[in-house]
Design a protein around this ligand. Structure first.
Ligand code: NAP
Length: 270
C-alpha cells in the first residue's frame, strides 16, 4: 500500500538514500532540498519542496505547501543536519546557535506544523551516536543531537495525538557530511592554534570516516525496520561504533572523562 513520506535533506547522503528507497517502493515522497542546483539529484517521481533550516519563512512555506498537497503523512523523516566542530574555548556563540537552528529548531518547527497531518503516523529523527555525548571537539554537534532526542522524546511522552517518535542514532556513515564539516569549520579551526594536534587529528579522522564509514543503506535498513515495526523502539543505533558509544556513555562521568582524555592523548600524540 502506498504511504506518504516527508524527508528533509533529501539531496545528499542518508536523506538521498532514504528518498531513493521509499520512492522505489512506490510511495509518495516529499523530498526537501535547500539548493536548487541539486534538484536534478532527486529521483524521478518525488515531490520536491524547498526548505532551508536557517530560514524560518522557508519552513513555514514548506509546511503550507505539503498541507496543500496532501491531507495525511505516514512518516516524517527529519534528516537534514550539519556539524559545528572546534574547541569550546573558542567557538563563537553564533556558531552554536547555527548548530541548534539546523539540527534542532528547524526539525521541531517543521514537525509541529505537520503534526495535524501525522495522526496515526511516525516521526523518525536521524540523530547520531554523538547524542551519547562522549566526543570532544564536536560538542555543539553532540549537544544538538542530544537536545533533539530529549525534546522529541518529551513531545512523544506528552502528546495526546497518536504519533510514534523514533530516534535513529547512526555511527560513522560514509557520506559527504564529513568533507562538508571540514570545509564549514575551516574558519573556526584557524582560531584553534593552541589545539593544532587535536584539530589535525579531527580533520584526518573526518576524511577517513567519509570513506570508511558504513554505507548510507545501513541507516535505510534500520529506518525501514523502525518505520514498519508495529511497536517500534524509541531509539535505534546503527553500527557497532554506535552500540559501543552507548555502552561507554553509561560509565560514571569521571571515569569516562579519564578514558576519553587518555584516548585523545594517545591519538593526537601518535
Ligand atoms: N554521516 C554520518 O556519519 C552521520 C552519522 C550520524 C548521524 N548523521 C546525521 O545524518 C543526517 C544526514 O547526514 P548525512 O551524513 O547524510 O550528510 P549530508 O550528506 O551532508 O546530508 C545532509 C543533508 O542536510 C542538508 N542540509 C544541511 N544544512 C541544511 C540547511 N541549513 N537547510 C536545509 N538542509 C540542510 C544538506 O543539504 P545539501 O545537500 O544542500 O548539502 C543535505 O541534504 C544528519 O542529521 C547527520 O547529523 C550522519
Amino acid at each position: 500500500m502506498e504511504k506518504t513520506y516527508v524527508i528533509t535533506g533529501a539531496t545528499s547522503g542518508i536523506g538521498k538514500a532514504l528518498t531513493e528507497y521509499f520512492i522505489s517502493k512506490g510511495n509518495k515522497v516529499f523530498a526537501g532540498y535547500r539548493d536548487e542546483n541539486k534538484l536534478k539529484l532527486l529521483p524521478e517521481g518525488v515531490i520536491p519542496f524547498y526548505i532551508d533550516s536557517m530560514k524560518s519563512d522557508s519552513i513555514e512555506a514548506a509546511a503550507k505547501f505539503i498541507q496543500s498537497t496532501t491531507d495525511s503523512i505516514d512518516t516524517l523523516i527529519n534528516v537534514s543536519g550539519c556539524v559545528v566542530a572546534g574547541a569550546m574555548e573558542h567557538l563563537p556563540v553564533s556558531e552554536l546557535r547555527r548548530q541548534f537552528e539546523v539540527n534542532v529548531f528547524a526539525h521541531i518547527d517543521l514537525s509541529q506544523r505537520l503534526l495535524p497531518l501525522l495522526e496515526g503516523g511516525r516521526i523518525i529523527n536521524i540523530s547520531s551516536m554523538s547524542s551519547f555525548g562522549i566526543f570532544p571537539f564536536i560538542a555543539p554537534y553532540s549537544a544538538s543531537k542530544r537536545a533533539l532526542d530529549i525534546m522529541f522524546n518529551a513531545m512523544g511522552l506528552e502528546m495526546k495525538k497518536n504519533i510514534k517518535i523514533i530516534s535513529i542514532k547512526p555511527g560513522v556513515i560514509a557520506t559527504p557530511l564529513w568533507e562538508k564539516s571540514i570545509k564549514e569549520n575551516e574558519n573556526g579551526f584557524s582560531t584553534c592554534q593552541d589545539y593544532q594536534n587535536e584539530i589535525n587529528f579531527m580533520v584526518k579522522n573526518a576524511r577517513t570516516n567519509g570513506i570508511k564509514g558504513l554505507p548510507a543503506e545501513k541507516v535505510v535498513q534500520i529506518v525501514v525496520k523502525a518505520d514498519s515495526a508495529r511497536n517500534p523502539r524509541p531509539s535505534y543505533t546503527v553500527g557497532l561504533d554506535a552500540k559501543a558509544a552507548e555502552l561507554i556513555s553509561h560509565l560514571p562521568q569521571g571515569v569516562l572523562n579519564k578514558l576519553i582524555k587518555y584516548k585523545l592523548h594517545q591519538r593526537t600524540n601518535a
